[in-house]
Design a protein around this ligand. Sequence first.
Ligand SMILES: *Cc1c(COP(=O)(O)O)cnc(C)c1O
Length: 387
Amino acid sequence: MHPVSKAIRTQIDRTNEMEHSQPMFLTSSFCFDNVEEMRAAFADESDDNIYSRFSNPNVQEFVDRMCALEGTESGFATASGMSAIFASFMAFLKQGDHLLCCRSIFGSTHTVITKYLPKYGITHTYVDAADIASWEQHIQPNTKMIYLETPTNPALEVIDLEAVGALSKKHNLLLNVDNCFATPIGQRPIEFGADLIIHSGTKWLDGQGRVLGGIVLGKKALIHEVYLFCRSTGPSLSPFNAWILSRSLETLEVRMDRHSSSALYIAGKLENHPQINNVRYPFLPSHPQHAVAIKQMVNGGGLVCFELKGGIESGRKFLDALKMLTLTANLGDTRSIASHPASTTHAKLTDAERNAVGICAGLIRISVGLENRDDILNDILQALEKC
Ligand SMILES: *Cc1c(COP(=O)(O)O)cnc(C)c1O
């Protein structure tokens, strides 16, 4: 079966009620008929559920569907994307280890790497997404993991997964890829040698701005380590959120097809606009890593970036002039969202710090929703006239 069919058709065993839609298992613990069964479950001799911090049928269904989509053996679902990322660090890094990381990453991931990992003696080196040739010289004897996002947030740089996969294999490093922006519909990092794949379920996977969730995916032996860490520390996904996320996966491919075709259309229409310096979209031929994008991605995803010539002030005016697009701290929704990092999420950084991660003063990021593509485009065009 195609991965999408397999994901849609993977489900919890029907109960005696013969329901078609899957029931919710909103229970914190599970019962045993006798002490021997309970002993076997605790001894890991059976797969019986014990407690929903360890496992739950709804959570397992979401995991199994994600495994089908990403082509991985196993996974562990968490309460948010950040807890998935943190668990992937804590399960595999120890005092004295070094992490090689692409410079432009999600803000909270940056905080974990620069503020919290050093408390445990874990160091890092940031490397340029656009210059993979330079990565090898930053590998140290104690380097354990390469961590990256592609496309990156928010500048949409594309990192050559095949090249990084070969580098991590050569040096025996764990390759950990945050695949949030592309989704498994747009790209499957496992095919390029990724060992761990991270998602924030909160974004395109749910796709409707309703619940938080996250997941770490990979080989059975690796995910068992993530499971052991999470089972004891407790960042597990709630069964309710898992039920929502699992339903959402049934429409992921049709949604991503529409998000990405509308994004390509809008990006093309904005290119050469007099108020815009450049438009960034992985599937536009003008994208600096377009060749890499078409090699490793099925579509360009649902995010478009552009740079307003007027800098910070234009960015503020642009956001205030929008009539339909929402100003909200999220992406990957049915409703289109606009953001201006320099005046909001990255306002505390200096110009130099922002430029280092690809955020110029006039950078606008659009998360293209499922509204009619011309309605989205026209709202952007009318707001451009006012800035
Ligand atoms: C949002 C996001 C995260 C964090 O996910 P949460 O579910 O908000 O914790 C991680 N990586 C990327 C690329 C994201 O966009």
